[in-house]
Design a protein around this ligand. Structure first.
Ligand code: CU
Length: 294
């Protein structure tokens, strides 16, 4: 094997450590949860041959739907999918394994452990971050099921759709940056805040004419129109990333969390991975009047 091949296979191994997850990642306490356990691919170069999902107290498996090419064994606290005899799995195979759970535990971040077997190798997805911390940077994080009370789960299901998010690249030493996106609410909802680990402070700003000068200021709670896109864009509303801890580098992504509040006063959060670019994607005119000069 020459050097180039070796490097590319190493790169592939890195990419192959993508996570095991569940969809949806939210469950309502006291209610059935119907969703899937999702496997991105095999363990590096080897195909997945079995998946074990271990459930904590308060979460029980009710039913696992049949999946072509797989056999399933179920106890209340563990579900095991095993590749069926005569099936030849591929390392690139992805899988969604349908499952029904019953969630009786109180609202909390609830971690499920998964074991992914690829022949003789096993990957244990079991790393749990400190409370409130993210799994960012973890190699084999456990699977997070966010258990919520009914009002929070309803707010989460009806949270706005966020699309076309981007942030403008900043220069070294530049203290602030802006993030932009399109938000479409499904029910009466306010955008009430934002946060990002790359910024000491993040705020939603609006542009206001003061005399004949456009200035920006904190927008407070923004009432989002229902079913109609609301644009955060240069020269208009934007998420202001203040006290930047590092420059926003073109080609990277930054985590940004938006906080919404529904008509019943219940908050929901949407975590975004926002791509950083030098110019608005799609070549739209930048517009704006120095919206990042305070
Ligand atoms: Cu601003």
């Amino acid at each position: 094997m020459n050097k180039t091949l070796l490097l590319s296979s190493l790169a592939f191994c890195g990419a192959a450590s993508a996570h095991v997850g569940i969809d949806p990642p939210v469950a309502e306490t006291g209610a059935p949860w119907n969703g899937v356990v999702r496997i991105g691919h095999g363990c590096d170069a080897a195909a997945t041959t079995a998946v074990e999902l271990k459930l904590p107290a308060g979460v029980t498996a009710v039913r696992a739907q049949a999946k072509a090419g797989w056999q399933v064994a179920l106890t209340p606290q563990q579900v095991t999918w095993t590749v069926a005899p005569g099936t030849t799995p591929d390392a690139k195979d992805k899988g969604d394994f349908p499952l029904e759970l019953r969630v009786a535990s109180a609202p909390a971040a609830t971690w499920l452990t998964a074991v992914q077997r690829c022949g003789a190798t096993a990957v244990e997805w079991s790393q749990v971050p400190a409370p409130g911390a993210s799994t960012e940077g973890m190699k084999t994080p456990a699977v997070l099921l966010q258990v919520m009370a009914a009002p929070e789960a309803a707010a989460w299901r009806m949270r706005p759709v966020v699309e076309n998010a981007w942030a403008r690249a900043t220069l070294p030493g530049q203290p602030t940056g802006g993030a932009y996106m399109r938000i479409t609410a499904k029910e009466p909802t306010q955008l009430v805040g934002a946060s990002s680990p790359v910024a000491g402070k993040a705020e939603v700003h609006e542009m206001k004419l003061e005399g004949d000068v456009m200035r920006m200021r904190a927008a407070g709670a923004i009432e989002l129109p229902v079913g109609k896109p609301f644009e955060l864009k240069p020269g208009g509303h934007h998420v202001m990333l203040q006290e930047l801890k590092q420059p926003l580098a073109a080609g990277s992504t930054v985590p940004v969390t938006l906080v919404f509040r529904n008509a019943r006063g219940v908050e929901s959060r949407t975590e975004l991975r926002v791509p950083v670019t030098a110019q608005p994607p799609g070549g739209a005119p930048a517009g704006g009047h120095g919206e990042h000069k305070h």
